[in-house]
Ligand binder design. Structure first.
Ligand code: MLT
Length: 274
């Protein structure tokens, strides 16, 4: 297992923190909401054996900071993608990367694929969706943003907990439940509000999927209650070069709940596309 070192880059008014380690072609991971790069630990421990693994904390989350107007305006998904591109440039990585985006990180990965195509060699989308929110979901996000800011803590975000994990994970993997709770608790209300406002404003990218020509792997936990595997499977059918792998014994947080299966799927996919 390669050691990942932690560092930050300066980007305008903010700092983007990242972990990096390993040898081989670049492999970038974008985390979900309301989490940070640590959600990928089981992936970087294994995949850094054959890849130069880069794991940013998205703007506001983990050790990365927010710009002054990010909370007010929300962070649009294309801005998380632009931050990732800026990080790669700062690290002098100009060759196309393999990009793995989970849930909110997947929304950002779609933007990366659509707007920074020359930087992308292969795409892995984990427990995510192309569609925009329903009006109810959008209203729920905006309410949560207001609530965490008013409370000055992220307690309201724990309303998501029952949907994040498969029942079998809750029953048998207490360590995963604890890691997830700890990760949510350490995020700031500002990061949660900025991301929720950004996600609420995002558009459906379903009619742009034909533009994503790179080989794409879709991964979905069989018990995912947030982004059901059937939606991921349909995405694989619509994408020009898509394939789908369902992960057993996992809900939405499949990279943490069944890391062995997720790692195997990513490894086999990257092996097959070179
Ligand atoms: C995530 O895991 O990133 C979130 O469930 C995304 C969302 O709230 O749509």
């Amino acid at each position: 297992m390669a050691h990942l070192s932690e560092a930050t880059i300066r980007r305008g008014d903010i700092e983007i923190a990242y972990r990096r380690g390993g040898d081989g072609p670049p492999l970038v991971f974008l985390h979900g909401f309301p989490l940070d790069g640590a959600m990928w630990q089981a992936q970087w421990e294994e995949l850094s054996e054959h890849h130069d693994v880069i794991v940013p904390d998205l703007r506001g989350f983990g050790r990365s900071s927010l710009a002054d107007d990010d909370v007010e305006q929300g962070v649009a998904m294309h801005r998380y993608a632009a931050d990732a591109v800026a990080l790669l440039s700062e690290l002098n990585i100009e060759e196309p990367v393999a990009l793995v985006g989970f849930s909110m990180g997947g929304y950002a990965a779609f933007q990366f694929a659509l707007h920074h195509q020359s930087r992308l060699g292969a795409l892995v989308l984990v427990d995510t969706r192309a569609g925009a929110d329903t009006p109810e979901a959008r209203a729920g996000r905006l309410a949560m943003a207001d609530e965490v800011l008013a409370a000055g803590n992220v307690e309201a975000a724990f309303a998501m907990m029952p949907k994040l994990l498969a029942p079998s994970t809750v029953e048998k993997q207490g360590d995963v439940v604890e890691q997830l709770e700890t990760m949510i608790r350490r995020q700031s209300p500002e990061a949660v509000a900025a991301a929720q406002r950004g996600m609420a404003a995002r558009h459906d990218v379903g009619d742009q999927l034909a533009e994503i020509a790179v080989a794409t792997l879709l991964i979905g936990g069989v018990d995912d209650a947030i982004t059901p595997p059937d939606e991921m499977k349909q995405l694989a059918e619509v994408l020009p070069d898509g394939r789908f792998v369902e992960i057993a014994d996992a809900g939405h947080m499949s990279p943490m709940e069944n890391s062995a299966a997720v790692n195997a799927a990513i490894r086999e996919f990257l092996g097959s596309v070179g």
